[in-house]
Design a protein around this ligand. Structure first.
Ligand code: ADP
Length: 331
């Protein structure tokens, strides 16, 4: 969900993006597997197989797509599912691709159905059928495409139709980062931005970044602001703690939305079970945002669980808010 990021945030993000696979921190399995795919493609002098990347926002899907292009010395074309609402939108992009180019489709699960079907053929046979005319007189004119690599990103691989999922030669699932990995990300970012930071300050930020590099980098900039305006200019532990209190990020890394969801679940719905849409309405958010942004982290932290009957707060979830559950949890 990068919709809420302003231009300045996007620029800051772009500046910190690792360019090569060697600079990409963490996710050892995905990195290793992807490096094999790329090395093999290079050895054969062919475009690599199509790559599907899944995982919560901010974990490095776009970054990896750019790395694929960088490592293959290829151009990259970037689009997103919501921008592909007609087959024609996709046909225009596909027919302008160059040999070996990487096509990155973010939020690929939100592409229109008709475009999806066109994509199947393009991925498998490097061909699009351009439909000319309408009704019974319509004819399909096949157009050959150069070999390209599709990199698709999705926060929810479960939403992709099987025929689409099956056409990716490699699927990488990105998981939340460890605090150690995030500290490494932050050390690199601080050095690139010329921020005077103490290791303990970076560890503190890493521990509150919801396992997400995008959030870690964003919090680093906010702590720097605090240090410059109200502190000694140095990003140390005290500056990190004080700044993150101002920005309503708690010790476990929960932000306002996370706490609103957990709070509503416990206070309004007695800990659940409650359905996603009811929960989302009660915090004034889209169901999709609650499901894709807040929930994966709350589940990972063991604060809530998803059950067939709805969302349920765990004992730890209640305890995090300083509350006691009424009787035994239903989960
Ligand atoms: P996504 O596409 O999954 O939402 P991005 O690829 O846009 O996430 O990553 C967000 C930001 O986090 C990037 O600008 C990049 O600076 C940083 N980032 C993500 N993954 C890593 C990583 N493994 N190592 C270093 N920085 C990373």
């Amino acid at each position: 969900m990068r919709g809420d990021a302003g231009d300045a945030e996007r620029q800051a993000e772009a500046a910190l993006r690792p360019r090569g696979l060697g600079d990409f921190v963490g996710q050892p399995q995905v990195r290793d597997q992807l490096s094999l795919v790329l090395d093999a493609a290079r050895a054969r002098g062919r475009a690599p197989d199509h790559v599907l990347l899944s995982g919560p926002p901010g974990l490095g899907k776009t970054t990896l797509a750019m790395i694929v292009a960088h490592e293959m010395r290829a151009q990259i074309r970037i689009t997103a599912g919501p921008a592909v609402q007609h087959a024609g939108d996709l046909a225009a992009i596909l027919s302008s691709l160059e040999e070996g180019e990487v096509l990155f489709i973010d939020e690929i699960h939100r592409m229109a159905r008709a475009a999806e079907e066109m994509l199947y053929v393009a991925m498998e046979d490097f061909r699009v059928d351009v439909i000319v005319g309408k009704g019974p007189g319509a004819t399909a004119i096949p157009l050959d495409l150069p070999a390209f690599t599709l990199v698709g990103a999705t926060t929810r691989s479960g939403l992709l139709p099987a025929p689409l999922r099956d056409r990716f030669g490699f699927t990488g699932h990105l998981d939340f980062y460890t605090a150690d990995d995030l500290t490494t990300v932050l050390r690199r970012s601080a050095a690139m931005l010329g921020i005077d930071a103490e290791p303990a300050g970076l560890v503190e930020i890493a521990g509150r970044s919801r396992g997400t590099p995008r959030i870690a980098n964003r919090l680093l900039r906010r702590v720097r602001d605090w240090a410059q305006v109200r502190g000694s200019g140095r990003v140390d532990r005290a500056a990190a703690r004080a700044a993150l209190t101002v920005y309503e990020v708690d010790e476990r890394g929960l932000d306002r939305l996370d706490r609103a969801v957990l709070g509503a679940l416990c206070r309004r719905f007695d800990g659940g079970p409650v359905g996603l849409s009811t929960l989302a309405v009660s915090v004034g958010e889209e169901a999709e945002t609650v499901e894709e942004v807040a929930e994966p982290f709350l589940v990972r932290e063991g604060l809530i669980s998803r059950t067939p009957r709805g969302r349920v707060a765990s004992r730890e979830g209640w305890a995090h808010l300083g509350l006691t559950p009424p009787g035994e949890p239903t989960a």
